[in-house]
Design a protein. Structure first.
Length: 295
């Protein structure tokens, strides 16, 4: 029996919807070259809630699809899965698995011993807890510095004003930083507020941390490469303790961003669904796309 080709679902170009978005064009070309079918998703339509229009270019009865594209909020991803199901298709990563890898509360329990101590509180865009609520929330983190983010992203490029908190017990400053973060995230605040202990990952006072992005498929590392923030840095992290946590999470296709702490211990900074994780331009996309396409 002939093998059914793998289908990869890419975001279309917003201005030329019959083409793959330029950011993913090389990955799509490689997928086609090694025998995959490329389908197109209108990401803008999906985010606007027009799910039927978003998947209108996906052939009916295409079977299982791997998505490679821009981030999708978990609820919209669930709607995408429903829209594809009505066309006789399914996503290789189920909505529950996507949410578990994409949002911190989903992945944190599996990685708790390998990542900075963390607390969180569900909230919506524009919602800012008062000082007493924030002080109570961060109590489990103890003294010292921390960072604020949401369930998916931080504002690390506004490090001093909307990310880093020098002293979690300074509740007035804690609230100021949280307020700045919430205002900058605006309508894109995902899930709620996350507060994390700060750990020092710099090799020296003047040297950035040794950081890597590891791509996992069905519990196995298929690609170890640089983090997109430092695409020319190549390090080999110790995955001995991390692999069991990936298995515990039980998601098909994820990334772990790992960094070496000043004491030499490799720690997990972030986990993400690999379908929406960025691939640095310095990495050959074949290393990522090939394992998805092969039977």
């Amino acid at each position: 029996m002939a093998r059914v080709p793998t289908t990869l679902l890419f975001c279309c170009d917003p201005l030329s919807p019959r083409k793959v978005d330029d950011h993913f064009a090389e990955q799509a070309a490689i997928a086609q070259a090694i025998g995959a079918i490329v389908a197109l998703l209108d990401h803008d339509a999906l985010l606007a809630g027009h799910t039927a229009a978003a998947v209108s270019r996906v052939a009916r009865d295409s079977g299982e699809l791997w998505y490679r594209g821009w981030m999708i909020p978990s609820q919209r991803y669930r709607e995408l899965a429903q829209a594809l199901s009505s066309r006789g298709c399914s996503l290789a990563v189920a909505p529950d698995q996507y949410a578990s890898a994409h949002e911190l509360p989903g992945w944190y329990p599996s990685f708790e011993e390998l990542t900075p101590r963390t607390v969180w509180s569900p909230s919506g865009p524009g919602e800012i807890p008062d000082e007493s609520a924030l002080a109570q929330l961060v109590t489990p983190l103890g003294d010292g510095p921390g960072i604020v983010k949401d369930y998916v992203k931080s504002r690390k490029h506004e490090w001093d004003t909307a990310c880093y908190i020098p002293d979690l017990r300074d509740t007035a400053n804690l609230r100021r930083v949280v307020e700045n973060f919430v205002e900058l995230q605006g309508e894109f605040l995902a899930g709620g507020l996350v507060l994390r202990q700060f750990e020092d990952f710099t090799d020296t006072a003047d040297t950035p941390a040794s950081e890597a992005r590891v791509w996992w498929l069905d519990g196995e590392p298929i690609l170890i490469g640089p983090h997109p923030d430092n695409p020319t840095a190549h390090v080999e992290p110790d995955l001995t303790a991390i692999a069991p946590a990936v298995s515990r999470l039980g998601c098909r296709f994820i990334t772990t961003d790992v960094a070496r702490r000043v004491d030499g211990v490799w720690r997990v900074i972030e986990v993400g669904d690999a379908q929406v994780s960025d691939l640095p331009s310095t990495v050959d996309p074949t290393a990522l796309i090939g394992p998805l396409v092969k039977p």
